[in-house]
Design a protein. Structure first.
Lengths: 197, 197
DNA sequence: GTCTATAAGATGATAGAC
DNA sequence: GTCTATCATCTTATAGAC
């Protein structure tokens, strides 16, 4: 995304990142501790500090990896090999995957709830994540309308805001009621709006 | 809402609730402490514990008051004196109010980000809040369609999910980028969808 | 109803041995 | 790279004087 080469990480660091990501997604950044990771992985807190000196370092590293992974997925789609709606469906897949778990939401959606309490590095990541995802969605929507596949009168940027905000909100609300329709309905209705039959 | 009579509270308790509400909305539940309130109000931590023995009590009381206040606003609208769209606009007003502040979001939207880490009492409040607001929105949408003011093909419940999720998501995203269009665009696009000219 | 004082535990973090 | 040991600080919470 930013062109930087990402350093390979050892097994332990990777496991810490995996768990940190899950803990933020399920409980939030301020509600988990190094002790939680220590217990779950069977290593001492000092070992975690060796890999990630401060909690803010860990949080930023989790965000960096998360963004890279999703960005690679977005950049990997070949627009000419799929319909625009299929591209959107591919984009929705991870959200639906989280919705199938009892309590995982988008990493940045969870962090947005405590945004002003986050370390500056992490705030930057969250802001950039939202920006790049909405911009990408706008390009797909624009392309789909240009090809005649989609029909809507608002600007692609505004439609992108609507569906992105709705996806983020849907995951959060879904977690509080366990009803997967919270997100499925949103996708279904959005489809009917941009692809009227 | 639940028919219970709410006890009047003294000045100090009310100030604690006011500040607690603001702190949750701006920083989240796990990121503020009794010390924060103590400092801001110029009282000792023990005094806060006198009014709200545990932090979970305080959180539940904040939620109870917040829900009652918004519920009263919803119950206070006279459907026969306003257009359905004007009723929705009235409903959107507090969201737009928060969006005009630098870092306030919906109380329950903030809490949703750390939902599994919340005390059970608070979880119940958040779940009920989302449920009752979506149900209320559905009735307004149904009424508007029945009267011919609105036009949409999905069920009112699904349309309610879309706009509610989008509002919650919009507030959270808006806080990360400071751009009020994040929520204004959502409302504008939604209006164009349900009220095609 | 507010205070002082204090407790018991968790937190993020560091030093230094192995 | 992981450990033991330790730190200073913050956290929620309580007892008891005023």
């Amino acid at each position: 995304m930013d062109g930087s080469v990402r350093k390979p990480r050892g097994d332990t660091a990777e496991k810490i990142l995996d768990l940190g990501e899950m803990l933020i997604q399920t409980r939030g950044f301020n509600a988990f501790s190094y002790q939680d990771i220590s217990t779950a992985l069977g290593i001492r807190k000092a070992s975690i500090h060796y890999h990630f000196p401060s909690k803010s370092d860990l949080g930023a590293a989790v965000l960096d990896r998360y963004r890279s992974r999703l960005y690679a997925a977005m950049a990997g789609v070949d627009p000419d090999a799929m319909t625009s709606w299929n591209i959107l469906e591919t984009y929705f897949t991870p959200y639906l995957g989280y919705a199938k778990t009892p309590d995982r939401v988008c990493l940045c959606g969870a962090l947005a709830g405590e945004f002003p309490a986050l370390p500056p590095d992490m705030q930057t990541h969250v802001t950039a994540f939202f920006e790049e995802h909405q911009a990408w969605l706008a390009t797909i929507l624009k392309r789909g309308r240009g090809s005649g596949e989609f029909r809507f009168s608002a600007s692609p940027a505004k439609m992108a805001r609507l569906i992105f905000d709705a996806l983020q909100g849907a995951l959060l609300v879904k977690r509080t009621n366990g009803d997967i329709r919270q997100i499925k309905d949103v996708i279904q209705v959005f489809k009917a709006i941009v692809m009227p039959s």
